[in-house]
Design a protein around this ligand. Structure first.
Ligand code: ADP
Length: 229
């Protein structure tokens, strides 16, 4: 692949962006940039900003653009992102898309958008069955489409900590997250396609994660092999 490719993983909550990003960062050798994970780290720090972010995330709403944009700009400048990076959960509003578009253009980075298409009923079932380790953050899903062990598991495989339901995976919060997706995030896809990014739809609910990752990897190889970029 040519230098510094960017993959924008797009899709509703629970579409498997995080699972795919974790599989692809190994096979593509790219950094994984998850705004959700970065925000949860901020919450874990327990400072005043962390407390404000926690309240927003708990409600299912989006965190303000300025904060997220600043985080991403700093993160992209880290050395591990020099070989290319996967954006997971970002951009999520048109204002975020405008910032990332200007950042990428300025730095001459070419990005491809992969839209993970998943039925909302599948999303609700997946998130309702999901458990998380409060210690290391590992996610365990009950759906057959998950890469992780079954939800029957009570404790984390890595550190033995008792698993919990993530605050924002409760059904009433999932409904709010899907509303935010429809209103604020869905228009981002139109914006990116309109701005000239190549956008691919990939079905995210009919195969196991490794099959989906292979399809995305094929897209990346096609897009970024010498001669194309
Ligand atoms: P999911 O994609 O399944 O919703 P994430 O871990 O990506 O899970 O996001 C969890 C929450 O973190 C979101 O509901 C939102 O409150 C916040 N968040 C994550 N990324 C962004 C972003 N780019 N802009 C604003 N808020 C964000």
């Amino acid at each position: 692949m040519t230098s510094r490719p960017c993959l924008i993983l797009f899709g509703p909550p629970g579409s498997g962006k995080g699972t795919q990003a974790k599989l692809l960062r190994e096979s593509l050798g790219m950094a994984h940039i998850s705004t959700g994970d970065m925000l949860r780290e901020r919450v874990a720090s327990g400072d005043e900003l962390g407390r404000q972010v926690a309240a927003i995330m708990k409600s299912g709403a989006l965190v303000p653009d300025e904060l997220v944009n600043r985080m991403v700009e700093d993160r992209i400048a880290q050395p591990d992102a020099a070989r290319g990076f996967i954006l997971d959960g970002y951009p999520r509003t048109v204002a975020q898309a405008e910032l990332v578009d200007s950042l990428l253009r300025r730095q001459g980075i070419r990005a491809v958008v992969v839209h993970l298409k998943v039925d909302y009923n599948v999303v609700i079932t997946r998130l309702a069955g999901r458990r998380q380790c409060p210690q290391c953050g590992a996610l365990y899903s009950s759906g057959s489409t998950s890469d992780c062990a079954g939800a029957a598991l009570q404790v984390c495989e890595h550190d033995g900590t008792r698993l919990i339901v993530r605050d924002d995976d409760r059904e009433e919060v999932v409904v709010e997250r899907l509303k935010a997706y429809d209103l604020q995030t869905a228009p981002v896809l139109k914006y990116l396609c309109g701005a000239g990014y190549r956008c691919y739809d990939v079905k995210g609910d009919e195969r196991e994660p490794r099959g989906i990752a292979r399809e995305i990897q094929d897209v990346m190889e096609r897009e970024f092999t010498a001669g194309r970029a």
